[in-house]
Design a protein around this ligand. Structure first.
Ligand SMILES: [Zn+2]
Ligand SMILES: [Zn+2]
Length: 815
């Protein structure tokens, strides 16, 4: 069996005789692990080979009647563990919603060997023992019993006196949602009986009122079936009717109270649409996709922003479902694509399951079960949806395939949802369509080399023009003194004009908070995080300094930590500051901000979107959240506040990411009118990436970027494995990293190893990061055995030199 723990091996347990018939592969079982601990695991296979190295223990219980996991999932998870060099247990941990795992709670029972007469007990102890004679108790029960909040000391004493035993009570985490309902007792559902009842209640007007309201909601006589489902009990309390009268009616058996298990996932199935209207160009693109899928497994759909890729997806999904297959649509982040999910619901209603991380565990378990029970044939979800129990997947669509957020950074498995989905499709023999307005270099390359099909869709829906893109040269404007609060005259006058025309504006700045740092004007000191080597971001609204890496916060200091000067200034601009300053420049404008700080609450994101789409907001300022998938008819201007910062990120993908981010955010402008304008503020307008963006020249950008990648041996020409050595002590981290580098050079050739070097953020959460890179040729022979060699060298170094003082992280496909 597999345990959801970061251990490299599988474990064998003995099946007790009485459970032999109930266990099968894929079932969840509870097993003892370590001292007094219980874990949920999943049965991989049932066999007759007792392990030689340890004594098998018996499993405790079987949790499933039908298996939770199937053979496709095991095959997929095996691939993932091998490819990303991690433990099968780590993959299982990522795959199973935690609602499937168990929580164990310590329970206290009386020691059967305890003899009360032989020891002295306090009054409280005696009371506990008394109670334990008939019940087992939790810590909480005991706390209530003796009216004392901390019960640990008293329990410890009782254990010493050998009076009690602790054990773990295992509980299933998933709990179905239950609602209380009411319906009219069967005997009153005839016209005659009902009339008599009304008469009886004449003298009890409040009870009569309750009954009347029920009959208004549930036409018992006119529609005989309507009484069976009844209505929710909360209906009466919500309409302000007397609860006690309702209780009396239940007691007198006029109403019947019952409970119903309901799904947490409800849809507006009533608005279901059946036909997708495709434009001529969409139709042609779809036909081309279908044609190419005849001979190829994957097709790249390169559709510019606003070209209507979603309609094509809907058509393809319907087709696949009609053929009796399951379909999966992957989106980078569901919260950011609320609009797409709403549109899909109109077509697929309750045959569609939505799976993402903002859902509760219970909701995720329901989607998983729903797929197994055949209630869904289409899932839309984030990267973790690749772990769902599909059995006959026919089509996977990966929207915005270039998105960095498909990659899981931490913890293991450090997988890319796009690449994993391609493997999942292969396992199911399914087809894949990858969509993007700005395809990743790797995907475009795969299409160019004919491994994948390629379908361009280079016009916007309805032949609306792409936005006009202009650069605001910040060097010139600064010299001319036309920059106000970080806004160029070019951008500011465009904003004024757009608002005057009753149109809307989006301003993009990929940095939240007020200012990235606070600086002492006298000594230059900058407050840093105590556990990371980064400056603390100034948040004006909450009046604190915050580390965006570890969450550390402190109050804004009144004076410099180092020289006690009071002259502290903020440096740089985050979204909070831009919002503030723009409001000063444009006092009449309705300005709102969309970033991590304003969207923490569950519905705040949706509220902002609604307010913006109803034009209650003139200017929306935001981080990368505003770049993705939003579709607002009235937005005519997009401003990129600081394009330069992105270009100098220390990463071989920096140019690609800059290109993608700016093109994506530009795509929010003029989607219906064709009057969209984009203004990019930069101090280096001559950088080639801006010319490609301005001229909408993806091919030019791609050709240049591919050339650079080949020159410097980066993907898609190589595979880059990133290894980080983390240690609390910098010297130790460096020593281990050097030792590791030497061993790797010996094993796989020194030319393939780069580093070690101190990471761009040297210290994070108190751990020093030293990194090294391994570049393997794309077509290298014996790739898996080389990877396994790397893993075993790393494992060895970890055991010898790091132990519990740090970690070594392997990321086989750095993103
Ligand atoms: Zn100072
Ligand atoms: Zn920090």
């Amino acid at each position: 069996m597999v345990l959801p723990l970061p251990l490299p091996q599988l474990f064998t347990y003995k099946i007790p005789d009485q459970l032999v018939d109930t266990v099968s592969a894929g079932c969840r079982i509870i097993v003892p692990f370590g001292q007094r601990k219980f874990v949920t695991g999943v049965v991989r296979s049932i066999h007759q080979h007792a392990p030689a190295s340890y004594q098998t223990k018996e499993l405790i219980d079987v949790l499933d009647v039908t298996p939770t996991m199937n053979a496709y999932q095991f095959k997929f998870m095996d691939w993932m563990a091998e490819y990303y060099l991690c433990a099968p247990g780590e993959v299982l941990q990522a795959a199973l919603p935690s609602g499937f795992k168990l929580s164990s709670e310590s329970m206290i029972q009386l020691n059967p060997l305890f003899q009360e007469a032989s020891v002295d007990l306090t009054e409280k102890e005696r009371r506990i023992i008394q109670e334990l004679r008939s019940n087992t108790l939790s810590y909480k029960d005991i706390s209530k019993l003796i009216d004392q909040s901390s019960v640990q000391p008293i329990i410890k004493l009782l254990i010493q006196k050998q009076a009690i035993l602790l054990f773990e009570e295992v509980k299933e985490k998933y709990s179905p949602k239950i609602i209380s309902k009411i319906r009219l007792a069967d005997q009153y559902t005839t016209p005659h009986a009902l009339a008599n009842l009304m008469q009886e209640l004449d003298k009890k007007p409040r009870q009569q009122e309750v009954l009347m309201r029920y009959l208004q909601e549930v036409p018992v006589i006119q529609t005989p079936g309507a009484n069976i489902p009844g209505i929710e009990k909360t209906f009466f309390t919500a309409s302000g009717l007397s609860t006690s009268s309702l209780q009396t009616l239940i007691k007198n058996k006029v109403f019947e109270a019952f409970e119903e298990v309901i799904s947490r996932l409800s849809y507006r199935a009533d608005e279901k649409k059946s036909v997708v209207e495709l434009s001529e160009q969409q139709e042609a693109a779809k036909e081309s996709i279908l044609l190419q899928l005849d001979t190829k497994d994957s097709v790249l759909l390169h559709g510019v922003t606003g070209s209507g890729k979603t309609e094509i997806y809907i058509d393809l999904i319907k087709r696949s479902i009609d053929n009796g297959s399951q379909a999966l649509l992957l989106l980078p982040e569901i919260a950011l694509t609320t609009q797409i999910v709403q549109r899909l619901e109109e077509y697929f209603g309750d045959r569609m399951g939505v799976y993402h991380s903002k859902f509760s565990d219970n909701e995720r378990v329901e989607v998983w079960r729903g797929l197994q029970e055949g209630r869904y044939d289409f899932i839309v979800g984030v990267r973790s949806s690749v772990f769902l129990p599909f059995t006959h997947l026919g089509l996977i669509i990966i929207d915005e395939e270039h998105e960095a957020s498909y990659k899981q950074q931490d913890p293991a498995p450090r997988y890319n949802g796009r690449d994993a989905a391609l493997m999942l499709a292969r396992i199911h023999n399914a087809k894949t369509v990858l969509g993007s307005a700005t395809p990743s270099i790797e995907s475009r390359d795969a299409a160019l080399k004919n491994r994948w099909g390629y379908v361009p869709l280079l016009n916007r829906y309805g032949n609306v023009s792409l936005p006009e893109i202009r650069l605001a040269d910040m060097r010139v404007e600064r010299k001319n003194k036309t920059v106000q609060q970080g806004f160029s005259l070019t951008l500011l006058s465009a904003i004024r004009e757009t608002i005057a025309n009753k149109k809307q504006v989006i301003i993009f700045q990929n940095r939240r908070g007020y200012a990235p740092m606070l600086e002492c004007e006298d000594c230059g000191n900058i407050p840093m995080c105590t556990s990371c080597s980064v400056s603390l971001t100034y948040h004006q609204f909450s009046h604190e300094l915050r580390c965006h890496y570890c969450g550390f916060t402190r109050k804004v200091p009144q004076k410099c930590d180092s020289c006690s000067s009071h002259r502290l200034k903020t440096v740089g601009s985050g979204t909070e500051r831009i919002e503030d300053e723009l409001q000063i420049l444009l006092p009449e404008a309705r300005i709102r901000r969309m970033d991590l700080d304003t969207t923490r609450k569950k519905n705040s994101f949706a509220e902002l979107i609604t307010a913006f789409s109803q034009h209650e907001i003139d200017i929306l300022i935001g981080t990368q959240m505003v770049t993705k998938g939003l579709d607002f008819a009235n937005v005519e201007l997009v401003g990129v506040y600081d394009a330069d910062r992105m270009l100098y990120f220390p990463d071989f993908r920096a140019i690609e990411r800059t290109y993608q981010m700016i093109v994506q955010v530009s795509g929010r402008a003029g989607r219906k009118s064709g009057e969209g304008k984009v203004i990019i503020q930069t101090a280096q307008p001559e950088h080639p990436v801006f010319a490609f963006i301005k001229n909408n020249d993806y091919d030019g950008f791609f050709t240049r970027e591919l050339y650079e990648r080949e020159m410097y041996h980066y993907p898609p020409f190589t595979r880059v494995t990133h290894i980080s050595v983390l240690h609390l002590d910098k010297k130790e981290a460096l020593k281990t990293a050097h030792g590791l580098t030497a061993k790797l050079k010996d094993a796989i050739g020194s030319k393939r190893i780069l580093g070690p070097q101190v990471a761009s953020i040297e210290k994070l959460r108190n751990y020093y990061h030293i990194e090294l890179f391994i570049k393997l040729e794309k077509d290298i022979k014996g790739l898996q055995s080389i990877k396994n060699k790397i893993a075993s060298i790393v494992q060895n170094e970890h055991t010898l030199h790091i132990g519990s003082k740090g970690r070594i992280i392997i990321d086989t496909d750095q993103n």
